[in-house]
Design a protein around this ligand. Structure first.
Ligand SMILES: Nc1ncnc2c1ncn2[C@@H]1O[C@H](COP(=O)(O)OP(=O)(O)O)[C@@H](O)[C@H]1O
Ligand SMILES: N[C@@H](CCC(=O)OP(=O)(O)O)C(=O)O
Length: 374
């Protein structure tokens, strides 16, 4: 049940492979029609909707000649290049029959880690949404290498939700919500209807995928929810195929799990979200207890004189991890000096002209559950 009075206008809907395809590696027309009708129901009611759709590999592997979902990267990429086209063809045709235009956006992680490309994707999506188009987003599977992948579309959906300042993230899966333990292992697992904070117990309960086509399992859905929460976006996790699940989800009455932050929770602004989730930190700095006190307790800038050790190589403007004297990670921030400049000694006066890390570019690990950043 959604308790807050927050107005929902812009919604990101993530649809997992199993919610779109049959067990035999083909698009399920019945499932897709049902989903398209539900998205149209939201559009007709005035919601702006962006869809993050998985299913490219699952929809294409059979036509590639594989009997089951392939595991090698080239075969997955080849399957995706078949399946993605088929998926888009179906989405376009179904939405057009209801008077809506669909568009395709394929992105890679490097499109998000490059600030200019990040802005471009954002501007493109905003134009599409403002004009009533339904963007269908997926990872550009055919060109990404494992090391540089988002990896799963759950976290991609949460990052897209943050990118376009969505009000609500709906994750549709083959299960009707988050259970207090993995239902594949425990038949007595109970559905959690409302979650306000991702606790270690929840992380523990979230297991891997139970299906032959899903990839992320509940683990990646919880990672996604953490990203959405940090951006101030509430989420819902429910089962695709249930009647009016999307409309009921935005109305707060659907069966499933609602992830809703406490009203006084801190949120990251756009620039901090980029630092936290997209940048890819390039090095580390260890700071003094004086610096720690300044940036964490007093919310002040950090100066060169507070930096005790520089680890790795980075240019000025890079995002770095900030550690305390004992090596505990305090957070991430944008550094205004290169590693070489920091290693040079300067006079006191020069050191304090430009802060090493301005407080507004600091993302505190104690305030936000920062997911592992690759
Ligand atoms: N605590 C849990 N609660 C619910 N489902 C869980 C949990 N832990 C693991 N799972 C598994 O995660 C699956 C959903 O993830 P996944 O198969 O990747 O779906 P999708 O293809 O929709 O992304 C569920 O069907 C279930 O088997
Ligand atoms: N980009 C991949 C999806 C990967 C993925 O996250 O799948 P799922 O766990 O079903 O949401 C594809 O389209 O096949």
């Amino acid at each position: 049940m959604l308790n807050s009075d927050k107005q929902i206008k812009r919604v990101v809907i993530k649809i997992g492979s199993s919610s779109l395809t049959s067990m035999h590696g083909e698009i399920s027309r019945r499932k897709l029609e049902n989903l398209a009708e539900q998205i149209v129901e939201l559009k007709d009611a005035g919601y702006e909707t962006a869809v993050v759709s998985s299913g490219a590999v699952a929809a294409g592997y059979r036509k590639l000649g594989c009997l089951e979902r392939p595991t090698s990267l080239p075969e997955k990429q080849a399957a995706a290049s078949i399946g993605q086209g088929l998926l888009m063809e179906s989405y376009s045709e179904l939405f057009l029959s209801h008077g809506y235009v669909a568009s395709q956006i394929l992105i890679t992680r490097s499109d998000f880690s490059d600030e200019t490309r990040f802005e471009n994707v954002k501007n493109t999506m905003n134009v599409l949404l403002d004009r009533g188009i339904i963007p269908i987003i997926n990872e550009n599977d055919t060109v990404t290498v494992d090391r540089l992948k988002f990896g799963d579309n759950d976290t991609l959906a949460a990052k897209v939700a943050g990118l376009i300042d969505a009000d609500f993230l709906i994750i549709l899966s083959d299960i009707d919500g988050l259970y207090d333990s993995n239902p594949n292992d425990n038949p007595d697992a109970k559905l959690l209807e409302n979650v306000h904070c991702i606790t270690p117990e929840i992380e523990e309960a979230a297991g891997d995928s139970g299906s032959a086509v899903g990839t992320g399992g509940m683990k990646s859905k919880i990672e996604a929810v953490k990203i959405a929460m940090a951006a101030g976006i509430d989420s819902f996790l429910g089962k695709a195929g249930c009647e009016h699940i999307l409309m009921n989800a935005v109305n707060g009455t659907a069966r499933g799990t609602y992830f809703e932050q406490e009203p006084d929770a801190l949120n990251l602004d756009d620039k901090q979200q980029w630092i936290a989730f997209h940048s890819g930190p390039e090095g580390k700095v260890t700071i003094s207890s004086h610096g720690k006190n300044a940036i964490i307790e007093k919310h002040e800038d950090l100066y060169r004189s507070d930096i005790q050790e520089v680890i790795g190589e980075f240019g000025d403007g890079a995002v770095v991890r900030i550690l305390d004297e004992t090596g505990i990670e305090l957070g991430l921030g944008r550094i205004n000096y290169s590693h070489e400049q920091l290693s040079e000694s300067g006079t006191e006066g020069e050191q304090d002209l430009v802060p090493a890390i301005a407080h507004e570019t600091f993302v505190c690990a104690l305030d936000f559950q920062l997911p592992a950043i690759g």
